[in-house]
Design a protein around this ligand. Structure first.
Ligand code: C5P
Length: 412
């Protein structure tokens, strides 16, 4: 018994897991040889796709000697395809890692190109994908790379950030492939998150709700879901078990957490109540205030200028219901308040009225800076009881990380 416990305790989270490693064309490709060795020592199976440019830096022979597996290249033959099709190759893995992920590879991934074995496998996979970028610092900072990185994050791709320091080209800056131990750490964390919020179940609502008028028409609020999704990702990165309850958005369900799609406020409430108990609830969704109580079963026809008599009824206030739940109230309930004027006063009044613990107020008026609704940037004030913190304007991902950090501090 004792022996069994000890064995279980010492088992690496990588033991028995399968990695599909895509080696891109960068000088740092040599680090992948050590990476393969280290992952195999921890019990991981590593299968490799070596891109044509990757093969300029490391050889299939050295890779297969270390991985103990056949190496797949762009010269993948029809015989290979019959043995192990690219679809199977991309799916017989628990995780796909691209390292080094070059600027070119990131651009192809962001655009969804499939022009060689590696990109085809990346498009065909149904498994989580992680990238370890590596490039010259100017290339890393280029607006196009920023855009591609953002797109990949939104697509749910996990990022192992590049390190700073001297680059292979002799310049200094950010763009160096993460060290092998950092890549091993990131992969282990992916399989067994041990962050500040491990064991915490966090419920997040995001996006708009659609309230049907008839089978083809609906009423909705403007909301892209970007802020809620970014918060969900940031919390999952800290090890939380996240349930994201999302109204209709154009965003991909983030990897590594549970996304429950809903349409109306009533469905969103039911999904929230179903997901309880939770330690934390964060209501980011722009829930429609009203729904049509006389929703038509058939498409309403236009009738010579006569207007349809729509009857509205108020939607349930999910934030208030969660905050006042007598049995299952989450320990920490956080609301959002989108305001256009008297931001602080209105937000504080809302916090008291709804009974939540914290409220994040954001200015959605477009008078200074880029638009918050649908945009990538936000400027918020966090109220915790009487305590007020004004945060500098930032990318929604940054705001999300700050909020996740505050929640981690709450539990620390
Ligand atoms: O009342 P108002 O819509 O301004 O409140 C905003 C906050 O309340 C947000 O946190 C939002 O997610 C939440 N809310 C809700 N259910 C509603 C209306 C708002 O959860 N029906």
């Amino acid at each position: 018994m004792t022996q069994k416990n000890t064995t279980l305790k010492n088992k690496s989270p990588l033991d028995g897991k399968r990695l599909l490693l895509i080696i891109g064309g960068g000088i740092a490709a040599y680090k992948c040889l050590d990476l393969i060795r280290r992952l195999r020592e921890k019990g991981m199976t590593v299968r490799v796709i070596l891109t044509r440019s990757g093969a300029e830096f490391v050889t299939p022979l050295s890779i297969s000697s270390l991985s103990g597996e056949k190496v797949y290249t762009d010269l993948f033959s029809l015989t290979d395809e019959a043995e192990m099709g690219h679809i199977r190759l991309s799916r017989e893995a628990d995780l796909v890692l691209v390292a080094p992920a070059t600027a070119n590879m990131m651009a192809k991934m962001a655009a969804g190109l499939a022009d060689n074995l590696a990109t085809t496998a990346l498009l065909a996979t149904d498994k989580p994908v992680m990238i370890a970028p590596s490039m010259n610092s100017r290339m890393w900072e280029h607006a196009a790379s920023r855009r591609n990185l953002q797109q990949l994050k939104e697509d749910g791709v996990h990022i192992i950030p590049p390190a700073s320091g001297e680059l292979a080209c002799g310049e200094e800056g950010t763009g160096r492939l993460a060290e092998v131990e950092d890549m091993v750490g990131a992969i282990a964390f992916f399989f067994e998150p041990s962050g500040a919020l491990t064991d915490k179940h966090i419920l997040i609502t995001a996006g708009p709700t659609y309230e049907a008028i008839d089978p083809v028409r609906y009423m909705a609020n403007r909301s892209s879901g970007k802020q809620g999704y970014a918060i969900a990702r940031a919390l999952a990165d800290l090890g939380a078990k996240v349930t994201l309850i999302s109204g209709p958005t154009n965003l991909a369900a983030p990897a590594g957490l549970q996304t429950i799609p809903v349409e109306s406020a009533a469905e969103m409430l039911a999904a929230c109540q179903n997901a309880l108990p939770a330690d934390v609830a964060i209501c980011v969704a722009a829930v429609a205030d009203w729904r049509v109580s006389n929703c038509a079963g058939q498409k309403i026809k236009k009738q010579d200028g006569a207007l349809p008599a729509l009857q509205l009824t108020e939607n349930p206030d999910i934030l208030k219901i969660l905050s006042t739940d007598k049995v299952n109230r989450p320990e920490l309930v956080i609301g959002f308040a989108a305001e256009t004027e008297n931001i602080a006063e209105n937000a504080q009044a809302k916090r008291t009225k709804k009974g939540c613990d914290w409220i994040v107020a954001n200015d959605v008026s477009t008078k200074d800076g880029p638009s918050v609704m649908g945009g990538d940037y936000n400027k918020v004030i966090l109220f915790r009881g009487k305590d007020r913190e004004d945060w500098p304007a930032g990318h929604k991902d940054e705001i999300a990380k700050n909020l996740a950090q505050k929640i981690a501090e709450f539990y620390a």
